[in-house]
Structure formats: structure tokens, C-alpha cells
Design a protein around this ligand. Structure first.
Ligand SMILES: O=C(CO)[C@H](O)[C@H](O)COP(=O)(O)O
Ligand SMILES: [Fe+2]
Length: 218
């Protein structure tokens, strides 16, 4: 299984965003996690397509776009056009989740579905076979710098079992409160894609990434 670090630029310094991304890239982080917030699905607003389009020139690493947006099906064409490789939508935000999954696939992007901490895995029952990735939110979405919710350990274990039992190859991404202190434990629970915002961008980016990879023991 491939283990991937996806630094969340929500915690980067926006005045030197391109440089911060280049540092994360040079330190070996495989993906770039891009948090889009609409002020409706979550109580915060971040940034949108023009910023994504602009930073596309800073790196050729995978753009992992996490849409915290109500009815994201309205914007899939635009996010695909500005350089997203993965587009992840929240199950809670989609009236017609199956249709949005197909929209993302039709654009040639990898597709992820995200679940808030209180959302049951059962919403995946009839769509899991169509997915490249499931994003388990380990904080309530909207802000960086929150603490990992321990109850998500069992949810990750249950999801890994569900994927294995069905003989599927679906990545499990964990987002929220991931640090060098808990990343090995989250990996043991069954996750293989790790989002880290404050644990990457607060302080020395290269050293933080080294510490996360070392703790992950890749
Ligand atoms: O989706 C998110 C928030 O809704 C962010 O990706 C996440 O919170 C990362 O920040 P941190 O690692 O500091 O918790
Ligand atoms: Fe995120």
C-alpha cells in the first residue's frame, strides 16, 4: 500500500503560498491538499478556483481538492478545469451523491467522498465501488488546528474492513488533527493518505515533513 502525505495549504502563509508549496514539494510530500470552504456547508470561507489555477504552476504534484461546499455538483467542471486531480465532496452536501460522483469521473478526475465525524459509514454502502478514496474527517470541518477526535479510530478500522471485505482498492484519507505524535497510530487503524495542515506549515516546513514521514515510517 502506498502511504501519502497531503499537506493542507489552509495553514500555509498565503502571502508566500507558492513558496510554501514548493518547500512541501521539495521535502517529499506527494500531494497538495486544497480546502475549499463556502461559508454555508462550513462556518468559514477559504478560497476558490482562481487561487487553485494560480498555484497550479508552483508544482506538478497531485492536487487533492477537498470541497466543503453545499451542492458541489454545481462547480465540478470549474474545479476540474483549474487543475484538480482528485475532487472530494461531502456526502452530507450532495442531494444526489451518485450523480456528483459520476460528474467527477466524467471529467477524468479521481473521486473521493468525505464524511463528517458524526456521519455513518452506511452512506457509502451503494457508492463505495465507484470511489477512489474516502475521506474520514477527524475534526468537524471548517478550521485548521483542531484536535483529532479519537472516536474516528474505530471508524477508520471499520472502513478498512469494509473495503477489504469487498475486495476493493480504495484509499482512506484522514483529515484533521494529524500530527507526528498520532500519524503512526492512524496508519495502524488502516488509513493510507494523511492530511496535515498546522503540523506541516507551522514552523519549519521541511523539518515538519521529515518528522511526519519518520513517524509514519515510510
Ligand atoms: O479540511 C480541513 C478543515 O476542515 C483541513 O484539511 C484540516 O483541518 C487540516 O488542518 P489541521 O491538520 O491543522 O487539522
Ligand atoms: Fe481538508
Amino acid at each position: 500500500m502506498e502511504y501519502i502525505l497531503s499537506p493542507s495549504i489552509l495553514s500555509a502563509d498565503f502571502k508566500t503560498l507558492g513558496d510554501d508549496i514548493k518547500k512541501a514539494d521539495a521535502a517529499g510530500a506527494q500531494w497538495v491538499h486544497i480546502d475549499v470552504m463556502d461559508g454555508d456547508f462550513v462556518p468559514n470561507i477559504s478560497f476558490g478556483m482562481p487561487v487553485i489555477k494560480s498555484i497550479r504552476s508552483a508544482t506538478d504534484k497531485v492536487f487533492d481538492v477537498h470541497l466543503m461546499v453545499e451542492e458541489p455538483g454545481r462547480f465540478i467542471d470549474e474545479f476540474a478545469a483549474c487543475g484538480a486531480d482528485y475532487i472530494t465532496v461531502h456526502a452530507e452536501a450532495c442531494t444526489h451523491l451518485g450523480r456528483v460522483i459520476q460528474q467527477i469521473k466524467q471529467k477524468g478526475c479521481k473521486v473521493g467522498v468525505s464524511l463528517n465525524p458524526a456521519t455513518s459509514l452506511s452512506v457509502l454502502d451503494y457508492v463505495l465501488d465507484d470511489l477512489d478514496m474516502v475521506l474520514i474527517m477527524s475534526v468537524n470541518p471548517g478550521f485548521g488546528g483542531q484536535s483529532y477526535i479519537e472516536a474516528m479510530d474505530q471508524k477508520i478500522r471499520d472502513l478498512r474492513k469494509m473495503i477489504t471485505d469487498r475486495g476493493l482498492d480504495v484509499d482512506i484519507q484522514v483529515d484533521g488533527g494529524v500530527t507526528a505524535d498520532n500519524i503512526a497510530h492512524i496508519k495502524d487503524c488502516g488509513a493510507n493518505v494523511f492530511v496535515a495542515g498546522s503540523a506541516v506549515f507551522n514552523g519549519d516546513i521541511e523539518q515538519n515533513i521529515k518528522n511526519l514521514f519518520k513517524a509514519m515510517e515510510v
